[in-house]
Design a protein around this ligand. Structure first.
Ligand code: GRF
Length: 192
């Protein structure tokens, strides 16, 4: 079965990017391009270590790169720049967010800000959301959510840590399932 070519866009540490890359051997996608807007992002070393083509962008048009590599899916993994309309209209773009959207999403809701607000509001649960990216921050169709209880002892750091563990297993697996759909294999095969 042919694998689906994907791109990862990331701005930060890159722990999700690393997990997606690490699992590409057993899953149905292959990471062809890594895009970052941050010259200090951890994904640059991750891309180098794994021999994956990467670009640090300012305002360049990256569509030609995506087309050249026949990219079918773009996975945002902590990418802090708005995705241009041209990309949204021509590619399937997914994002992972560290809260139960629509709660704690939108502009400014990233990193520790999310977990601090969740704790301030004494939420019983937090979680992760995988959604389609559209023109508004964190507003696209929700495809998957997984919730966990917020512990009395949680700090923003401990909550982030526990949620990242969830992200690291769910995001690569979800991209795998989407890749099966994209190359027409359907997710039914997964259960065989
Ligand atoms: C993750 O928490 C993800 O949910 C959010 O950005 C963070 C990226 O973390 N969109 P990392 O750079 O993958 O460690």
């Amino acid at each position: 079965m042919s694998k689906v070519n994907i791109a990862i866009f990331a701005s930060g540490e890159g722990t999700n990017a690393l997990q997606i890359i690490s699992k590409q051997k057993k899953y149905n996608y292959i990471v062809k391009i890594i895009v970052t807007n941050n010259p200090n992002s951890g994904v640059i070393d991750i891309a180098r270590d794994n021999g994956i083509f990467h670009i640090v962008i300012k305002d360049e048009d990256i569509i030609p790169f995506l087309e050249k590599s026949d990219i079918k899916l773009i996975a945002l993994a902590g990418y802090l720049k708005k995705i241009p309309k041209d990309i949204i209209n021509n590619f399937l773009v997914l994002n992972i967010h560290p809260s139960l959207l629509p709660k704690y999403g939108g502009k400014g809701m990233y990193g520790m800000n999310v977990h601090e607000r969740v704790l301030e509001n004494n939420e019983e649960y937090s979680g992760i959301t995988i959604h389609v990216v559209n023109n508004e921050y964190d507003k696209g169709e929700i495809l998957m959510q997984q919730k966990i209880p917020v512990l009395k002892t949680d700090t923003p750091f401990s909550l982030q840590k526990r949620l990242k563990i969830l992200e690291h297993s769910h995001y690569p697996f979800f991209i795998h399932l989407k890749s099966l759909d994209l190359n027409g294999s359907g997710t039914d095969n997964f259960y065989l």
